[in-house]
Each structure stands twice: as C-alpha cells, then as structure tokens.
Design a protein around this ligand. Structure first.
Ligand code: GLN
Length: 304
C-alpha cells in the first residue's frame, strides 16, 4: 500500500509539468476546465482508498468510459459476438481516425478507439432497454458513489460537434457493421463519455480489474479470465498511439480520456486514477502519465 505522503510528493514532483500540455478543445465544454487541476487516488484490493491533490473533484471521464462499456458488453454477449465486430489490435492511429475503417472494411481495430467504442455502444443499444440508465447504475455501484452523474452540458456540447464520430459510425454502417440508429447510439456514447467522476471514484470503480473481476462490494463483475483479457487489451490499446510509450514508462494496463484522466491497474494489488487536464500529442494526460511513471518507480512495480 503506498502512503499518502508518497502520493503528495508525486503530485508536487509533477506539478512543474503543468503548462506543457494542451487541454482538449474540440469539445468546447471541456476546454473550460481549470488546467491546473491535478489529482491521484489509489484503491488497494483490501478496499482502502487514499489520494492527494484534487482527487475528490469530479471531472469528465471521457474515454475511460470505454472500459465500463466493454465490461457491460462482456456481461451481455458471448465473446465471439463482440470480436466478430471489433478487433483486439493496437491501431497505430489517433483515437478518432477514419482511415483504417475504410481500409479494413468497417471493422475497427480495438474497442478503445472511438470507432470500436461506437461498436460497443451499438451492441449495448441492441440488448438494453435503457442503456444510459443501466450504465449509470453500473458505475454508481462499482464506485460505491450514488452521486455519480452525467454532465449534460458536456454531452450536449459533444453532440453539437459530433461530425467526426458520426462519420465514423456511418462509415461502419455502410459496411454493414452497425445495427442501430446512428444518432441514438451517438447520444448514448456521448453520455457515457460525459460521466463525471473523481479520481477516488474511478480508482474504486476499477478495482475489479486489479481483483480478478471482483468489485469493491464483492460483486463478481466479470470472470478472472475475462479480467485478464481486459487488462491485456488495456495494456496494448488503452493509451491509443501512446500505448508503447506508456508501457515503457509506466508498465501497467491503463486507459486515458481527453478529460485528462488516466486509470491504471497493478493486477492483484491496486487500481489507480490520475487527473490533469493538459494532454500530450496522443491525447493522453501529460502530467498524469508522469505521475504514474513516478508511482510505478517508487513502488518498484510493473506488469513487465
Ligand atoms: N468523447 C470523446 C470523443 O468521442 C472521447 C475521446 C477520448 O477521450 N479520447 O472524441
């Protein structure tokens, strides 16, 4: 278990990096966030959470939600039904790229780039009567925080600027790999991305990834083998085109979001969340990555 002062030291060590990245501004409501926010939280498999900095302040989780969507899909579908629609390979492209979808006939490389997450959202739409409501229930339960909400303003802002995600979805539909109404699925997808959670919430919610599929409350969310598979996908594709660099520096399965959050996992031990809104060129939190790098060094832990 890391100590609170270690987390506080890490926060102070990476603070000088603030100003070196760029807040996501292609979703206007996200551009309004205070760029100096910085937080870290760790939840250990014995259920304790500690944190430092702004770790209790909710932020827009954005693509971190793709972990929850895939997890829910794994509880609703046979694995084969998912992997016939989306791949398991790193994309080598930016998270919102269109080129591969055309070249690879409508099948996205993995469930963590936007195209893949839209396929997962399409799958959820087909099986759930009220996907938004279901997702909110799932994350509230996983994080043990009944106050988690959707930031309606962020969801609306993204919907207003949805040309690229809509293009991705329609392109996949043109290849027959999209079953539901695009607009409806986009709206749900934007809501998942607009979930507002703190580092403490997210580190608690992701504990099942560190604990063989068992959540903080003892619920078996997915099986131990499914958990291992989820972590493998996170390690290879969770940080988009920065996954190699992240593996090299941090050495943990992880998932980033353009809100500046990153979750990371040390299987068998702990789940971690960092938050700093300024991003690097791959759309991953710049100071957040540095904080995780320092934590893995200080603990002497990595999956490699
Ligand atoms: N909602 C964002 C989008 O669809 C998520 C991207 C991200 O966090 N990388 O563009």
């Amino acid at each position: 278990m890391p100590q609170k002062d270690l987390l506080e030291t890490i926060i102070e060590q990476v603070r000088p990096l603030l100003g070196k990245g760029k807040v996501a501004d292609y979703i206007p409501a996200l551009a309004e966030v205070d760029p100096t926010k910085l937080g870290i939280a760790v939840t250990t498999v014995d259920g304790q959470t500690i944190g430092a900095g702004d770790y209790l302040e909710p932020f827009s989780i954005q693509s971190i939600s793709k972990v929850f969507s895939l997890t829910v899909a794994l509880t609703l579908y046979e694995e084969g039904e998912i992997w016939s629609r989306v791949g398991k390979e790193p994309s080598g492209q930016s998270f919102n790229s269109l080129v591969q979808i055309e070249l690879e006939r409508g099948v996205p490389r993995n469930p963590f780039i936007n195209a893949g997450a839209l396929i997962i959202a399409d799958l959820l739409q087909s099986r759930l009567g009220a996907p938004k409501h279901h997702m909110l229930e799932v994350v509230r339960k996983l994080s043990a925080d009944p106050h988690v909400i959707y930031d309606k303003r962020v969801a609306a802002s993204e919907y207003e600027h949805s040309a690229r995600n809509a293009a991705i979805a329609y392109l996949m539909k043109s290849f027959g790999n999209f079953n539901n109404d695009v607009d409806r699925v986009l709206k749900n997808y934007f809501h998942y991305c607009a979930l507002k959670m703190s580092c403490a919430d997210l580190s608690r919610a992701m504990l099942y990834l560190a604990n063989r599929g068992q959540s903080l409350s003892g619920q078996q969310v997915v099986s131990p083998i499914q958990t291992r598979k989820l972590n493998a996908l996170l390690a290879t594709s969770g940080l988009y085109d920065g996954a190699g660099e992240f593996a090299y520096r941090v050495g943990m399965p992880g998932k980033s979001g353009v809100g500046g959050g990153i979750i990371a996992v040390i299987p068998g031990d702990m789940s971690i969340c960092v938050w700093s809104p300024e991003l690097d060129k791959n759309g991953n939190s710049l100071a957040g990555t540095a904080a995780l790098e320092r934590l893995s060094q200080a603990l002497g832990r990595s999956i490699f």
